[in-house]
Design a protein around this ligand. Structure first.
Ligand SMILES: Nc1ncnc2c1ncn2[C@@H]1O[C@H](COP(=O)(O)OP(=O)(O)O)[C@@H](O)[C@H]1O
Ligand SMILES: [Mg+2]
Length: 267
């Protein structure tokens, strides 16, 4: 019963995703860091495609390369080998200025902590990023208010961060990341500072916004209780992509999900 409900939910989610070229594509990406007189391999020949409108969960133990993958996908780190393409554009072929532009205009970031400015209201947090990226002031205010409404903060646009809960601050961070209409949303453990229920509601919000705005979202999480809300899971182990797993596979493996779990562990 549970299994068939879960696979129905998955196929419904899949039909909502338009078949399209991947918005984010990593092909055979290897990333190393200096480590004494050797190099530490953080990502080892990772290939991954994320289409528009997909919420992808990136899981794996601590140190497995999850944040490194987000850094490469977000053009914050250049891989030693392999190709990263955003909307079909090979970011290595762009100069520094071109990469900054892609990062600013096509990629949204949400981190563990919302990193809001204490002196600004929720609305002004959104207006500031739009101002910095040169968006037109009139359209910007309407969009900011609309996004705050979409994240459930319509009545709290005038509040400063200390008058918002942890979950609400994350919602402001998510709205802020969507201000510039990104094609890709990169989210690193958005719920690690939240209790279970607030964490789930933030992931449910990310799911709804990903589908509605048609962004390609990669969300790092270590909370297995949230995985029923995502479209697909990929797991990293020692810098390698271990397996792709869907809710349907998980349901088929039984309630504890262990049979299909290639990677356990907490990120
Ligand atoms: N800036 C860095 N310099 C050197 N090593 C790093 C750096 N960032 C991460 N690492 C190492 O790379 C590996 C992957 O790290 P990371 O991507 O942060 O993993 P995760 O997010 O899954 O915990 C780890 O062994 C970590 O210690
Ligand atoms: Mg990390």
């Amino acid at each position: 019963m549970n299994a068939s409900n879960a696979s129905n939910a998955v196929s419904a989610a899949n039909t909502a995703i338009p078949a399209s070229a991947p918005v984010l594509e990593l092909a055979d990406v290897t990333l190393t860091y200096p480590d004494g007189d050797r190099r530490l391999t953080a990502l080892d020949a990772v290939s991954l495609s994320v289409p528009a409108g997909e919420l992808l969960a990136l899981t794996g133990p601590s140190g497995s390369g999850k944040s490194s993958l987000l850094a490469v996908a977000g053009t914050l780190a250049a891989p030693d080998r392999g190709r990263v393409a955003v909307e079909g554009v090979d970011v290595a072929a762009l100069g520094d200025a071109g990469r900054s532009r892609v990062r600013r205009e096509r990629i949204g970031f949400v981190f563990q902590q919302a990193n809001l400015l204490e002196s600004l209201t929720a609305l002004d947090q959104l207006l500031l990023v739009a101002h910095l990226s040169g968006q037109r002031p009139r359209a910007v205010r309407a969009r900011a208010l609309d996004l705050l409404d979409q994240v459930g903060l319509a009545g709290k646009a005038g509040r400063r961060p200390h008058k918002l809960s942890g979950g609400e601050r994350q919602r402001v961070g998510i709205a802020r990341a969507l201000m510039g209409r990104p094609a890709v949303l990169l989210v690193d453990e958005p719920t690690s500072a939240l209790d279970h229920e607030r964490g789930r509601s933030v992931v449910a919000l990310l799911r709804a916004l990903t589908h509605e705005h048609g962004v390609a979202t990669v969300m790092v999480t270590h909370d297995r209780d949230q995985l029923d809300l995502v479209d697909r899971e990929v797991a990293l182990q020692d810098g390698r992509l271990a397996a792709a797993r869907t809710a349907a596979v998980e349901a088929a493996a039984g309630p504890d999900g262990r049979a299909a779990a290639p990677v356990g562990g907490i990120g």
